[in-house]
Design a protein around this ligand. Structure first.
Ligand code: PGA
Length: 240
């Protein structure tokens, strides 16, 4: 695992954008795994600028998002589909048909998850997966537990995550308690993974990720078994 420690959030965003941009330059038809949350927003802004400046091209890119609340309508302003359109897809030349976000209203969530896995495989697998990290070490919505799921699945959100995400909703009761998420194996199948973290509230999770043993109590530690993971964090999120 490589660790890049940056001065601040802006630097984290720049470093991450550099890696995504290099990926697209080397392989214009890359398959990207994308994340929501506040952390990747700065990186998405830089990628949109680079696209506008003609430095990178999303014409042949396919994307798969990590997760989506359940139940959640795609056009709801807190859906992850809405987030991705607003923060990235509407600002770059990606074909919206090539962007895949799990359907938060799927009548048969199991089938939705199976189909999603098959679509990733059919696209040739994810070349570069972008991850954030929860304060509790979750990646996607793989929450700390006694066991973790391998494949894309429907899951319950922990109180910690509901609390953390309530900042985006009028009241905490409005936060969905379930989500569809890629599983640990879906994430680990990606050829390269970058995980972004900024701010003191991520310090415990990042310290465990870098120094701790592999544990289902911090799902991000599963990344230790992958051979190409880059942690990009700022000084606030990095303790030592
Ligand atoms: P954040 O979320 O980027 O909004 O901190 C990260 C996560 O929960 O995975």
């Amino acid at each position: 695992m490589r660790v890049i420690v940056c001065e601040n959030y802006e630097e984290v965003s720049k470093e991450a954008a550099k890696i995504v941009a290099s990926q697209l330059i080397l392989k214009p038809d890359s398959v990207l795994g994308l994340a929501t949350g506040s952390t990747p927003v700065g990186m998405y802004n830089i990628l949109a600028e680079k696209n506008k400046a003609g430095e990178i091209d999303f014409k042949d890119v396919k994307s798969f998002n990590l997760d989506e609340y359940y139940p959640m309508a795609a056009d709801h302003d807190q859906s992850y589909r809405y987030f991705m359109n607003e923060n990235l897809f509407n600002h770059i030349n990606i074909d919206i048909e090539n962007t895949h976000v799990l359907n938060g209203l799927a009548e048969n969530p199991e089938k939705e998850c199976d189909d999603f896995e098959k679509m990733i495989d059919a696209a040739g697998g994810i070349d570069l997966q972008v991850l954030g990290i929860g304060q509790n070490g979750h990646i996607g919505f793989n929450e700390p537990d006694d066991f973790l799921y391998a494949n894309t699945h429907l899951t319950d959100l922990t109180d910690n995550t509901i609390q953390a995400n309530s900042r985006f909703f009028d009241k905490i009761e409005d936060v969905p308690t379930k989500a569809l998420t890629m599983g640990i194996a879906s994430i680990l199948k990606s050829k390269r993974i970058i995980i972004l973290a900024s701010g003191e509230n991520k310090r415990d999770a990042v310290t465990e990720l870098i120094e701790g043993e592999i544990s289902t109590k911090n799902p991000a530690t599963m990344l230790k078994v992958h051979k190409d993971v880059i942690v990009i964090c700022d000084k606030a999120a990095y303790s030592k």
